[in-house]
Design a protein around this ligand. Structure first.
Ligand code: BJW
Length: 225
């Protein structure tokens, strides 16, 4: 069975990573346009780099949870028939063991040189302007897709959604496009697993509410039974 799973910040919440729009989220009291747009970066690169440096540093303090691990079990059973498409910039799917993960909004542990276009695995800070390992320019930015930029690998995602028999959305508010439209692009059955009904909950054939660490393992067990 071909399955596409879309994940959002909610799947990593119980690992200790803050979501964006929930109460106490990253954007409570912060205008996303001040940190998550190319214009914000051009206006104040130091502010934006520090925002992402802090979040990159936080990754080493958290671990994948039962929901990430359940998706690894699913991959072992389905192989190439599973694609995890994540909006998350953390690396918790990979650290749990998932191999078929596609990051449409980029990755915190990647730095992108805007001079030579190289991308580098990156664990440290960027705010101090380190040189690009390839061209030496101090023009490394977070390899993150900001508002107004084009998400990565959309052809692959569109193809997978077109071919899938089941599309499952986990832990996302359904407020950011294009991910919010995936439920309309999917050809097969649709299921939402979220703490509360998302903005697009009624677009899904079925919507279940609860924490990802409970809902995702239970759904995987059900599918593999
Ligand atoms: C739990 C839980 C638990 C909690 N268990 N659940 C007007 C109409 C339509 C579109 C637009 C428009 N104006 C502008 C646009 C486009 C724009 C957009 O969508 N804007 C909206 C604000 C309207 N989009 C773009 O610009 C995108 N690019 C684009 O569209 O290019 C055109 C194009 C598309 C396709 C092909 C070709 C061209 C780019 C969007 C980039 C978004 N980037 C961000 C920030 C960067 C990364 C970072 O800083 O980390 O990505 S925005 C931010 O939101 C981040 C997230 O990935 C994204 C989604 O957030 P998410 O994951 O849903 O988190 P939350 O916090 O919102 O929700 C968490 C959910 O979890 C909640 O529902 C909780 O209930 C739940 N939850 N705990 C289960 N334990």
């Amino acid at each position: 069975m071909k399955v596409v799973v879309l994940t959002g910040a909610g799947i990593s919440a119980e690992s200790g990573l803050t979501t964006f729009r929930d109460s106490g989220g990253l954007w409570e009291g912060v205008d996303p346009m001040q940190v998550a747009t190319p214009e914000a970066y051009a206006a104040d690169p130091g502010l934006v780099q520090r925002f992402y440096d802090d979040r990159r540093a936080a990754l080493s303090r958290v671990q994948p949870n039962a929901a990430h691990h359940a998706l690894v079990r699913l991959e072992h059973a389905l192989g190439d028939d599973l694609l995890v498409v994540t909006q998350n910039v953390d690396d918790l799917h990979e650290r749990a063991g998932s191999q078929r993960v596609h990051h449409i909004h980029g990755r915190l542990r990647s730095a992108w040189c805007t001079t030579c276009d190289a991308r580098h695995e990156w664990d440290g800070p960027l705010a101090d302007g380190p040189p690009c390992p390839r061209c030496g320019s101090a023009t490394l930015r977070p390899d993150i897709v900001w508002f107004g930029e084009i998400p990565y690998g959309m052809d692959r995602v569109e193809q997978a959604l077109w071919e899938c028999e089941l599309f499952v959305s986990v832990g996302t508010s359904g407020l950011v496009y294009p991910a919010a439209a995936f439920v309309h692009w999917a050809r097969g059955a649709t299921l939402e697993l979220n703490l509360e009904p998302s903005a697009g909950a009624t677009d899904f054939a079925e919507s279940r509410q609860g924490p990802a660490t409970r809902l995702v393992p239970a759904w995987v067990e059900e599918l593999l039974a």
